[in-house]
Each structure stands twice: as C-alpha cells, then as structure tokens.
Design a protein around this ligand. Structure first.
Ligand code: NDP
Ligand code: GDR
Length: 328
C-alpha cells in the first residue's frame, strides 16, 4: 500500500486529492494546523464522506521541526504540498505572512524531505498567478513569469526552489502550474463560490444583490476534481518535471455570473453591484493556459466544463442553504 502525505489537506484540493488517493488504495496522511474550532476544520473531508479515513497529524508549514518529525514518522512515498495562504487579495493585507507560508515554507518541506525522505516524490502547488501580467497570450511552461501580487511572488519563489532542489539534489520534485480550479468545496471568498452562494441566496429570497469588483477579468477555470488527477499523474512519472494544467478556455467573471444566474432562471445584470473597494491594487486581467505538455506526457485532460461546474456549485449552495448541511 502506498502512503501519501498532504499539506493543506483541509482545503479544497486536499479534499479531492484525498478522495482520489483513497479510491486508489493509498494510506492518506494530512497535516492539520490547530484551530480553536477543531470540530469544523475537516468540513470538506466530511462533505466527501472521507474524514474518518484520513490520518491527521498536527502541524504547521512554518514549523520545520514538526515537518521533519512527521516525515520521519510517516515515511510517505508521495508528498503533496498544497498548504498556502491562497487568497490573492489577502496577500496585500498580509504580505509577510503570505511570503512565509506560501513562499519560504516550501523550503521547509524541501529540507525536511532532503533530510528524511530523499526518495519520496514531491508535488509543489504552483500557480498561474506566477504569469500575472501575461507575457504571451497563451501561457505554457515556457512563458516568462511576471507575478502581480505578493501571493504570485511567493508562489514563484516556491516554484523555483522546487526546480532548484530537483536540479541540485536529484529530488523527485515536480511543480504543477495549475490555473484556477473550483468546485462546491471552494472557499466562499473566491469569486466563483461567492457568486454561486450569492445566486442561491437570491433565489431563496435571503438577499437581493452580489457586490463584485472587476468583472471584466478573465480566467481559465477548471474543476478541482480534474486537477487533483493531474497532480497524481505527475507523481507517477519516472522523471520529475513541471506541467501547466488548464482547460485552454478563458471566460470573463461577468460571463461566469451569467451561467450561474441563468441556472436558476435569473438575470445577472439585475443583481450585480460593482463595488470599487473590491478592485485589487494590481490585477491579473487575463489567464489562458496551454496544457498540451500534460496532455501528451501525462495523458491528462479535463472532463468537467466551466458551465457544468458552475451549475454543480449553484446546486450545492442551494442544498446547503436549504438544509444547512455542513459548513464547507
Ligand atoms: P485552500 O485555500 O482551499 O486550502 C489551503 C490549505 O492550506 C488549507 O488546508 C489550510 O488550512 C492550509 N494552510 C494554510 N496555512 C497553513 C500553514 N501555515 N500550515 C499548514 N497548513 C496551512 O486552497 P486550494 O485547495 O484551493 O489550493 C491548494 C493549493 O494550490 C494552494 O497552495 C494554492 O495556493 C494552490 N493553487 C490553487 C489554485 C486554485 O485555483 N484553487 C490554482 C493554483 C494553485 P486551514 O484549513 O487550517 O485554513
Ligand atoms: P484568483 O481567484 O485571484 O484568480 O486566485 P479569485 O476567485 O479570488 O479572483 C478571480 C478574479 O475575479 C475578480 N473578482 C473578484 N474576486 C473575488 N475573490 N471577489 C470579488 O468580489 C471579485 N470581483 C471580481 C478578481 O479581481 C480576479 O480577477 C485563485 C486562487 O485560488 C489562487 O490561490 C490560485 O493560485 C489562482 O486562483 C490560480
């Protein structure tokens, strides 16, 4: 039986990746940071019905001694580093925390692996935010980076450290440059979930409007479930490498909203209010990924369309609000 260790196991991707690995017969261990609300931080794993099958270890990405001990004890075959301060907007409010957790702490993981599990396979959650002010209309592994937020800068540091440890110490370290991916388990602060939750609330008569910032921004949106499969495929390759994971289709926030509202028979224009407070100090206007390397080498391709995903998210939010099921 293979053993996987996931940081960020309580997050969106951690949940779907755990589900995929458990289905494949892995023993799954996850790093969980202590919270005063310990009874709710496994909400996403509970939503998927797998909370009691994931072995939780207390820890924090900032605490290298804990990481070293954990990796020594767990002896994982595959390590997925998904933990991060992942909300771009917060990264201007908390630039140092974001740099420490999303950037510097990647080296904590790499050092712990180098010391305790040099033959383990390592996945780093890199991001399309590293392209920022895009240098090419379609972004591939060869496109130069130009991050536009403290989050993007921190991810770029973690990305290059992963490449460097692969080249310097021969670690099986791969980096997935994942474009935006969403699901019913997406955090409510991200725009898709904010919209689907808002649409469900409006439909149920709980509110009348959704306040948004730049709705002309364009994103290449896929489904977290499809993207978790790509992470696993990277870990099955003999050679570690970097891969762009994207759908190859970009959509404005405005058009995404229209899909969500149309699903419940409403019009987006009747309910969206533009709030200048929600614009970012520097914006990533458009992202569009070229995943042809992943298609050719990993045999990966996305199965769930943006439209189907948004409809699934609206349905899940309707169900949550109607039944108050779970917290995720
Ligand atoms: P989430 O925000 O849903 O999850 C982040 C996870 O990191 C949570 O489990 C959180 O724990 C954990 N975490 C945060 N800080 C620490 C810390 N100091 N120590 C230990 N754990 C910590 O993110 P996603 O699941 O959406 O994304 C997974 C990863 O992929 C992230 O690194 C993100 O930056 C990256 N990424 C995401 C993309 C996307 O579109 N979703 C695209 C590209 C990259 P807690 O539950 O306690 O808050
Ligand atoms: P992003 O995701 O910054 O791309 O990072 P987010 O959903 O927050 O924003 C997408 C775009 O929508 C615009 N927008 C709004 N965004 C939010 N959150 N709230 C609003 O009210 C709003 N109005 C307009 C934003 O300006 C932006 O252009 C996500 C995260 O998951 C990162 O961790 C990950 O690395 C990248 O995707 C790829």
């Amino acid at each position: 039986m293979k053993r996987a260790f996931i940081t960020g196991v309580t997050g969106q991707d951690g949940a779907y990746l755990s589900q995929l690995l458990l289905d494949k017969g892995y023993e799954v261990w996850g790093l969980v940071r202590r919270s005063s609300m310990a009874d709710v931080n496994d909400g996403r794993l509970r939503w998927l019905g797998i909370a009691d099958r994931v072995k939780m270890v207390d820890g924090n990405l900032l605490d290298i001694s804990g990481l070293i001990r954990t990796i020594r004890e767990v002896k994982p075959d595959e390590i997925y580093n998904l933990a991060a301060q992942s909300f771009v907007r917060s990264s201007w409010q908390q630039p140092i925390l974001t740099s420490n957790v999303t950037g510097l702490a990647v080296v904590n993981m790499l050092e712990a692996i180098r010391l305790e599990a040099p033959r383990a396979r390592f996945y780093q959650a890199s991001s399309s935010e590293m392209y920022g002010l895009v240098q090419e209309p379609v972004q591939s592994e060869k496109t130069p980076f130009y991050p536009r937020s403290p989050y993007g800068v921190a991810k770029l540091f973690g990305h290059w450290m992963t490449v460097n440890y692969r080249e310097s110490f021969g670690l099986h370290a791969s980096s997935g440059i994942l474009f935006n991916h969403e699901s019913p388990l997406r955090g409510i602060e991200f725009v898709t979930r904010k919209v689907t939750h808002g649409v469900a609330s409006i439909k149920l008569g709980l509110t009348k409007e959704i306040r948004l910032g730049n709705i002309d921004a364009q994103r290449d949106w896929g489904h977290s479930k499809d993207y978790a499969r790509a992470m696993w495929l990277m870990m099955q390759q003999e050679k570690p490498d970097d891969y762009v994971i994207a759908t190859g289709r970009t959509t404005t926030v405005r058009a995404m909203c229209e899909v969500a509202f149309a699903h419940v028979g409403l019009k987006a224009a009747d309910h969206i209010v533009i709030d200048p407070e929600l614009f970012r100090p520097a914006e990533v206007d458009i992202l569009l990924g070229d995943a042809s390397k992943a298609r050719a080498t990993l045999g990966w391709e996305p199965k769930i369309s943006m439209e189907a995903m948004i409809r699934e998210m609206v349905d899940a939010d309707m169900e949550r609000l109607a039944t108050k099921r779970g917290r995720a």
